[in-house]
Ligand binder design. Structure first.
Ligand SMILES: Cc1ncc(COP(=O)(O)O)c(C=O)c1O
Length: 381
């Protein structure tokens, strides 16, 4: 039986240390809240972590995708391949730039963009947004196919700060424009926030102005002591700068990022060690050493009704989540967005069966054991 006195285990619970609180308090008291020195320092520190690429901090990963696509300057209606297995903003960033997403199927092992689905659609596409789902890098063939077909590539790395692939760190030198998320449930958070990372100085300069309405001087440049107040607007940008109050939280978290990632790996290894011998399959099936381990995601055995499992876990005080409901199952996408040749059979097969378990820095080893125990019970094992 579940002990009713046990505290709930939330699906996501950001780790906020005294150091994080002190950092934010210091900025709150500094007299400068919006984008300024803290944001610049975050950009420099992240750049160092990623190996020297330029980092432009923005208000979300969605904004980073929006900016990277705007910089491509593709004709209206150009077609952008997007895995159907992603969060809606990957595709909506294309829509908001006047582009037409084309939904592509995924690999059954990783639920990452399928190389064969991309190859089949490539001659109809102008660009592609691979998503490093759950922190697992997309397969090398995806990059090869995109390069052979001359497609522009923007990488959705909302789950992939800390991920590596054959090119090195995602967002490092040699990767395409890369979009990071610092949303509250991510492995590094600023509450809301993100970054566009690039080796292309022209894209970085574009992004610095585009994130601030297209202005050529930010508030710090205009209002710091002794500054001149003038600016020009060279293009119609958006409002997507990252304020210092949030940037300082991301900096504080980045300072312990390697330690947090090591703990994340420990927790995920504990889940796998306990559940795999029961025949429970994880995504990816075999742990990927380059993964940022964003999710502890299982595939429920065939015939199990996920809503029953979610309800049983919830009754035991344990939060779960689903990543993702594929895009073609949302009414707007169903009515307005086509899928590539071959359709989306893998998405359809896995959509009702995946379940994400709690995975965050506030989990104890006992919590993991309790989740495992309750999951086994929910599955009748
Ligand atoms: C794969 C993926 N892409 C993009 C986003 C958007 O991130 P943000 O909330 O920072 O805009 C998310 C958000 O969770 C995501 O999971």
């Amino acid at each position: 039986m579940t002990d009713a006195t046990e505290p709930p285990i939330l699906f996501a619970l950001p780790e906020i240390t005294d150091g994080d609180v002190d950092a934010v308090t210091r900025v709150l008291r500094s007299g400068w809240l919006t984008t300024g020195n803290e944001c610049t320092a975050l950009e420099a520190e992240l750049s160092e972590y990623l190996g020297g690429t330029e980092v432009v901090a923005v208000s979300s990963c969605t904004a980073a995708l929006d900016i990277a696509l705007a910089h491509l300057d593709l004709p209206r209606g150009s077609r952008v391949g997007v895995p159907a297995w992603t969060f809606v903003s990957t595709a909506l960033a294309a829509v908001h730039n006047g582009l037409q997403p084309v939904l592509l199927d995924v690999e059954p092992d990783t639920l990452n963009l399928s190389a064969s689905a991309l190859a089949a659609a490539a001659d109809q596409l102008d660009a592609v947004i691979p998503v490093h789902f759950g922190g697992v890098a997309v397969a090398r063939e995806v990059h090869d196919i995109a390069a052979d077909a001359g497609l522009a590539v923007v990488e959705d790395a909302a789950h992939a700060l800390g991920t590596s692939d054959h090119r090195g760190r995602i967002g490092g030198p040699g990767t395409s424009p890369t979009c990071l998320s610092f949303y509250a449930s991510k492995n590094l958070t600023s509450a809301e926030g993100g970054a566009l990372v690039t080796s292309d100085p022209a894209l970085a300069a574009f992004a610095r102005s585009y994130r601030l309405h297209g202005m050529d001087a930010d508030a710090w440049a205009r209002y710091r002591p002794g500054a001149t107040a003038g600016y020009d607007v060279a293009r119609p940008g958006i409002k997507a700068n990252l304020p210092d109050v949030l940037a300082t939280l991301a900096r504080s978290q980045l300072a312990r990022f390697d330690t947090s990632q090591a703990r994340r790996r420990e927790l995920l290894t504990a889940y796998r060690g306990a559940l795999e011998p029961d025949g429970i399959r994880f995504v990816p099936e075999v742990a990927d050493p380059g993964s940022a381990d964003h999710l502890a995601m299982i595939v429920l055995p065939e015939g199990v009704d996920r809503s029953d499992v979610v309800a049983a876990m919830s009754a035991a005080g344990i939060g779960t989540s689903v990543h993702f409901r594929p895009l073609h199952t949302f009414s707007w996408f169903e009515a307005n967005v086509a899928s590539g040749p071959g359709g989306l059979p893998v998405c359809d097969e896995f959509a009702p069966r995946v379940l994400s378990l709690p995975l965050h820095m506030n989990l104890t080893n006992d919590d993991v054991e309790r989740v495992v125990r309750e999951l086994r019970r929910a599955l009748g094992r």
